[in-house]
Ligand binder design. Structure first.
Ligand code: PMP
Length: 439
């Protein structure tokens, strides 16, 4: 199935080209007009089906329009349930909170309170940073190389990517950047370096309000922090009176581990940020989970009009009930993650490690093709053959696979076959191309 090239279809994109800002990005990699989505597939207006390994950048962990969530939402709308409730008490929020306590927090013995910030990940990160600074009275925050935490100013200060940072047009301050696990090679323990800096009164690094970390860096290129490193970072943060914020916006909701990405490491962050797949249906919703002792907000101190997306509460509750009440769901996702790993290992074994290597964790894995240009050619070839998959990493050199957690083995294999052939067709002809930067 070969789609026509973009120039042949200029007419089809006329309204977007005329009226939509140049800031659009994903649309440039996948130049068709989409009309429908179901399960693992997106359908273009002409009916062409695409296997979706982008999945709203991990916002659709249960696939497109999952039937159990759709019927819960349709019922709710049909009976004129409240759509917009500011932060008023309402039944949709009540049911979500009950389900979240019973299914997620209770069994894990996590005594968090839940803050509903505005509906995006960046909103959650802004609130988390603000609260940490308010509690500790310290302005500085530690963030890591290749971290991505959003593009509003506070979150952007913690984001590493130069392309995004440059767009701020102003200084991004009050953040000290430190090397993530593995950033300086496997021999260097960068948690020890953090410890060293904070213990030295003359290091120039002030005691921080918080350390903010992703356990697996999504936009940063699927870098995985080791368990020992994470535990050390958590202990160091606490030793110096800083809060540990785990940004679980992309790696959470089953993508990499249990429900939270930090469960296997046995962490208990002071603050957790969540968004993307928490609603389960692609509806905007974000959470900040705050250790009960640290809930130092005054009423309305951090607010926003859209803190009560009742439709998202309804689908989020249905997702927890349908998927997470049973332990078997996490086990099935873990098995699928193993399958994804073994297939990616098998693909990369055909090349030398300087050309391709597999990385990631759980259902958040991909292939580092060492060059943004090559990775770009691979995703474009894959798209022409019916697979939507994006790149990540500092040079867009990592092809990042985010299949739905509920994908069938056949469809997973089908998508990976397309990816394998795309890599074959590109690496076969461009092995010696020099590294070039896309952004
Ligand atoms: N944190 C992480 C880890 C993310 O991956 C993202 C989005 N890619 C964000 C924060 C920002 O979320 P949003 O785009 O919803 O503002």
């Amino acid at each position: 199935m070969i789609v026509q090239s973009a120039p042949d279809r200029e007419e089809e994109f006329a309204i977007f080209n005329h009226l939509e800002s140049e800031v659009r990005s994903y649309a440039r990699s996948f130049p068709v007009v989409f009309a429908k989505a179901k399960g693992t597939h997106l359908f273009a207006r002409d009916g062409t089906a695409y296997i979706d390994f982008l999945m709203g950048c991990s916002s659709l962990n249960y696939g497109h329009n999952p039937p159990e969530l759709k019927s819960a939402l349709a019922d709710y709308i049909e009976r004129d349930g409240i759509t917009h409730g500011l932060d008023l008490y309402n039944e949709a929020k009540e049911s979500f909170l009950r389900e979240f306590r019973e299914t997620i927090l209770g069994p894990r013995q996590l005594d968090y309170v839940v803050q509903f910030p505005g509906p995006t990940g960046s909103n959650a990160v802004e609130a988390a940073l603000k609260l940490a600074r308010k509690i500790t009275g310290r302005p500085n925050v530690i963030a890591f190389t290749n971290g991505f935490h959003g593009v509003s100013l506070g979150a952007l200060s913690c984001t590493g990517n130069r392309h995004h940072r440059a767009a701020a047009g102003q200084l991004l301050g009050a953040v000290t950047r430190l090397p993530y696990d593995g950033y300086l090679g496997s021999a260097a323990d960068t948690a020890d370096y953090l410890d060293h800096l904070l213990s030295d009164p003359s290091s120039g690094v002030d005691a921080p309000a918080a350390v903010i970390v992703e356990t697996v860096q999504g936009e940063g290129g699927l870098n995985v922090a080791g368990t020992a490193w994470l535990r050390k970072v958590a202990a160091i943060a606490h030793r110096y009176g800083a809060l540990l914020i785990v940004d679980d916006i992309q790696a959470g909701v089953g993508r990499t581990d249990g429900f939270f990405s930090f469960e296997a490491a046995g962490l208990r962050p002071d603050i957790v940020t969540m968004a993307k797949s928490i609603s389960g249906y692609g509806l905007p919703m974000a959470l900040v989970l705050i250790d009960r002792q640290l809930d130092k907000w005054e009423p309305g101190e951090h607010n926003g009009t859209f803190r009560g997306n009742c439709h998202a509460f309804v689908t989020a509750r249905a997702a927890l009930e349908h998927f997470w009440r049973k332990d078997s769901f996490a086990a099935a996702v873990a098995e699928k993650g193993d399958l994804l790993k073994s297939r990616l290992d098998q693909i990369t074994r055909k090349y030398n490690p300087g050309q391709a290597s597999a990385k990631g964790r759980g259902m958040m894995r991909g292939i580092d093709l060492k060059s943004g240009e090559i990775a770009g050619q691979v995703i474009s070839t894959a798209f022409q053959n019916g697979l939507i998959v994006e790149t990540a990493g500092p040079k867009d050199e990592v092809v990042k696979c985010l299949p739905p957690l509920v994908i069938g083995e056949d469809q997973l294999s089908q998508g990976l076959d397309i990816l394998e052939h795309a890599i074959e067709s590109v690496l076969g002809s461009t092995v010696n191309i020099a590294r070039t930067r896309k952004s």
